[in-house]
Design a protein around this ligand. Structure first.
Ligand code: ZN
Length: 229
């Protein structure tokens, strides 16, 4: 291989290494910023959905820069250096690898960010959720199921039906449980360090269903064959 091609490859690789460094720096900076927005927005997870698209745009602008550099500089330069098609293919594949790597970094960032927000929500809302309730008819104590949704509970003493409403803690079911289950499956899939997950959230049926759903999405589990009704 000519030294001209080798020099082009070295420059191309150095360029990719720089872009990756930039991606890492953007994500590292973004985490405290996103969590500050979450806190300022009254710990509303919706605030995170508002800031994430702009972050994603910044990262994929960098990938597009690499793609443009390929089209306008690297590909023509390889042509001038009379590089063979296998050399051109191998260098072009690095572009695909950069895109895949950026997608994986962004996924890791999003999974961790939502899981961190979920742990913050649990710390704030968890203590507000009772584990038992007194019957509104006879005052007998009733155990509540481990769930953060509206549930009907039958009083064991007088059999009357009581409704338990978790109020703002319903966010634990609609948001926190789902993102912590995602994080757990993602950690297993990628070998990432396991972060703590509140046991009371893990014990819910929502959590177990979400774990199974993520295992299916990641292709870690076959779709169950549903029996005909
Ligand atoms: Zn009762």
């Amino acid at each position: 291989m000519s030294s001209e091609i080798q020099a082009l490859q070295a420059r191309w690789e150095a360029f990719h290494a720089k872009l990756k460094e930039r991606v890492r720096a953007i994500l590292e900076e973004a985490e405290p910023g996103c969590l500050a927005v979450f806190e300022q927005g009254g710990f509303d997870p919706f605030t995170l959905s508002n800031v994430l698209p702009a972050l994603k745009r910044r990262l994929f602008d960098l990938v597009e820069t690499a793609e443009n550099t390929w089209t306008t500089q690297m590909d023509p330069a390889l042509g001038r250096a009379a590089a063979g098609p296998e050399v051109v293919d191998r260098e072009y594949d690095k572009l695909q690898a950069l895109r895949a790597w950026t997608e994986a970094e962004l996924e890791a960032f999003e999974v961790r960010l939502h899981a961190t927000a979920s742990r913050i929500l649990w710390a704030r809302l968890g203590p507000t959720v009772p584990t038992r309730l007194n019957c509104t008819q006879c005052g007998s104590p009733m155990e509540l199921p481990v769930a953060f949704v509206v549930v009907s509970v039958h009083c064991p003493s007088c059999t009357s039906v009581n409704t338990f409403n978790p109020g703002p803690a319903a966010l634990l079911d609609s948001y926190a449980i789902r993102h912590l289950a995602h994080e757990e499956v993602w950690e297993i899939r990628t070998g990432a360090e396991p972060m703590p997950k509140p046991q009371r959230l893990r014990e819910t049926s929502t959590y177990q269903a979400e774990v199974e759903a993520w295992e299916r999405r990641y292709g870690m589990r076959d779709y169950p064959i549903r029996a005909p009704y």
